[in-house]
Design a binder for this molecule. Structure first.
Ligand code: FAD
Ligand code: DLZ
Ligand code: SF4
Length: 516
């Protein structure tokens, strides 16, 4: 039997490997050009996955399992999953192929094609890397037009018993978010993070990626991701001991030069299969029950994984492929070039793009309230924003990226995922970060060329989308404020926004000397 393991299924107990017979079976793992280039992934993302795949293959081989590992540069590599599977079937002549269903609709469509095209049966097994099976989520979601994470999350708490005392939530509340919105004190120094220095395998992969994908976004220099299960477990242990006790308090804070703060940095390992969501949640719960972590931090963290992560994954499969096609706010503007270059006088955006380029990482609030919020209120076309998010983060896979961007950030799904768009003016960024002080714009000014663009774009967004959003009860307050504004103020907002938006370029500036 040939067991085909994809690059984000690197767990010994993934469903395609559960009944593996080392005497008869071969495990196939392939590095292919098509997966590295269907979007131009950040260089660190490719290096992370190739290194994790090579380490996983070596671990299986050390167990005495026959592994057929195809490297990107191997002679004859056809460059695609389908081509490599066909070649492997010809090489090994198995009686059947077993795979675990993939994380992406695109790849599932490919797998279904294998059933028709290969001369042997192809068994596609349920994905057991999540806590909520797809079918259960689909049954919960039914054909309701809008879904809410909070209800789903409470069901998952009951189902798993995580942070429960019998039928009741520990502490008498399901959610402690009200305690989790603290600003960082001035001069606060977050804990040091243990980077994982590249070993020989990772160094070889980094050289390969630098040579083969030089034009892709992102730096490779600071590569420090855990690429094995044992390193990922060490990262989890360090996070629980050093960061989780403060995780909730500063979850929404942003600080220039401190890209990680108290966040877990575990999403790449979780999404590639190096860690399971269950073990990560149980580790947080144990620390809470031992008295090492306050409840607001343990609950806030567990909700991200047991709640949000499972919810977006369920929603993706329950609503795809139609989900990706909607554009409820009819946004059509091109993605500005500064999303790649970081070259903008808006300090918040410049900082987040720089962090992202250096680390293939930005934390949740940077993604949601800086790059996401700007794309929303500037009316950037959803497909372009989604491609950017899929490219730039080491943890980006469509099942998790798409609902977060299309639904949570851009409200392009018209409210399936969240009840209102997370639009905000500069005051939010000023309250939660130190970005505004040194910015070329003035966050306190509402109008004119020196005013923070978030301030007028926010109102412009509400004005432009009044027909679609004014009836939303959760936006009643800002629409009341807008209604009280005089015509002159509204004209000023429209003029500032038009001037600013017409200056956004989707292309890089011409090289020096070619400027008129
Ligand atoms: P922490 O902040 O420490 O959170 C712990 C864990 O909770 C994460 O590792 C992750 O597994 C989970 N989590 C938290 N929030 C979410 C969420 N909204 N959806 C799913 N899981 C969540 N996450 C990805 O894994 N891949 C993506 O491509 C991705 N794209 C995003 C795009 C946007 C616009 C937004 C707003 C969020 C996105 N997220 C994505 C969710 C979240 O921002 C990242 O999971 C998180 O920043 C990863 O860093 P961390 O491991 O330090 O997470
Ligand atoms: C993202 C990615 C990249 C860059 N390369 C590979 C690869 O060479 N081989 C592989 O098996 N998977 C790769 N992946 C992950 C896939 O694109 C895809 O996201 C998942 O397999 C879908 O579940
Ligand atoms: Fe961003 Fe506005 Fe603050 Fe500048 S002033 S950092 S543009 S929010």
């Amino acid at each position: 039997m040939l067991r085909f393991v994809l690059g984000d299924q690197l767990h010994r107990r993934v469903s395609s490997l559960t009944d593996l017979d080392p005497d008869r079976d071969v495990v196939l793992i392939v590095e292919v050009e098509a997966e590295a280039t269907y979007v131009r992934h950040h260089k660190q993302k490719i290096a992370f996955l190739f290194s994790a795949m090579r380490h996983f293959a070596a671990e299986l081989a050390a167990e005495g399992i026959a592994v057929d590992y195809v490297r990107l540069d191997d002679a004859g590599n056809t460059g695609s999953f389908t081509g490599e599977l066909e070649r492997a079937v010809a090489r090994h002549r198995p009686d059947r192929v077993v795979v675990t269903e993939p994380g992406e609709w695109r790849v599932l469509a490919m797998m279904r094609g294998w059933r028709d095209d290969l001369p042997i049966p192809v068994e596609i097994r349920d994905d057991n890397r999540f806590l909520c099976p797809r079918a259960e989520f689909a049954a919960w979601a039914g054909d309701r037009r809008s879904l809410r994470m909070e209800t789903f999350y409470q069901g998952m708490r009951r189902r798993t018993g995580l942070l429960m005392e019998g039928p009741e939530p520990v502490g008498g509340q399901w959610n402690f978010d009200a305690d989790n919105r603290r600003r960082l004190p001035k001069g606060h120094v977050p804990p040091r993070r243990p980077g994982f220095a590249p070993d020989a395998i990772t160094r070889e992969v980094i050289d390969l990626v630098a040579a083969r994908f030089p034009e892709h976004f992102g730096d490779l220099d600071g590569f420090a991701w855990p690429v094995t299960r044992s390193d990922a477990l060490q990262a989890l242990k360090h996070f629980v001991a050093e960061c989780l006790p403060t995780f909730g308090d500063y979850q929404d804070a942003m600080q220039a030069g401190a890209p990680f703060l108290y966040h877990a940095l575990l999403a790449p390992a979780l999404n590639a299969g190096l860690l399971t969501p269950e073990e990560v949640c149980r580790a947080a719960e144990r620390a809470f029950r031992a008295g090492d972590v306050p409840l607001n931090c343990a609950e806030g963290f567990i909700r991200q994984i047991l709640g949000w992560r499972e919810y977006v994954r369920g929603l993706y499969w329950a609503r795809m492929p139609d989900y990706a096609r909607t554009n409820a706010l009819a946004a059509t503007r091109d993605l500005p070039w500064f999303y790649w270059s970081g070259d903008t006088p808006m300090n918040c955006l410049a900082q987040v793009v720089r962090d992202t380029r250096a680390n293939a990482y930005a934390h949740h609030i940077q993604r949601l309230m800086v790059t996401g919020n700007f794309a929303l209120i500037a009316g950037i076309a959803p497909a372009q924003v989604e491609e950017w998010y899929l490219i730039v983060f080491a943890d980006a896979f469509e099942w998790v990226e798409l609902p977060n961007v299309h639904g949570m950030v851009l409200w392009a799904d018209g409210g399936v995922m969240g009840s209102k768009p997370y639009a905000a003016s500069g005051a939010y960024i000023d309250r939660m970060s130190d970005y505004c002080g040194p910015c070329a714009y003035d966050v306190k000014r509402k109008a004119g060329p020196r005013a923070c663009p978030f301030n007028y774009l926010y109102w412009h967004f509400l004005m432009e989308n009044a027909e679609r959003l004014a009836g939303n009860p959760r936006l009643a307050m800002p629409y009341r404020t807008l209604a009280k504004m005089g015509d002159r103020r509204r004209a000023e907002i429209a003029a500032d926004s038009a001037r600013f938006l017409s200056g956004l370029a989707a292309e890089p500036p011409p090289p020096e000397g070619q400027l008129e």
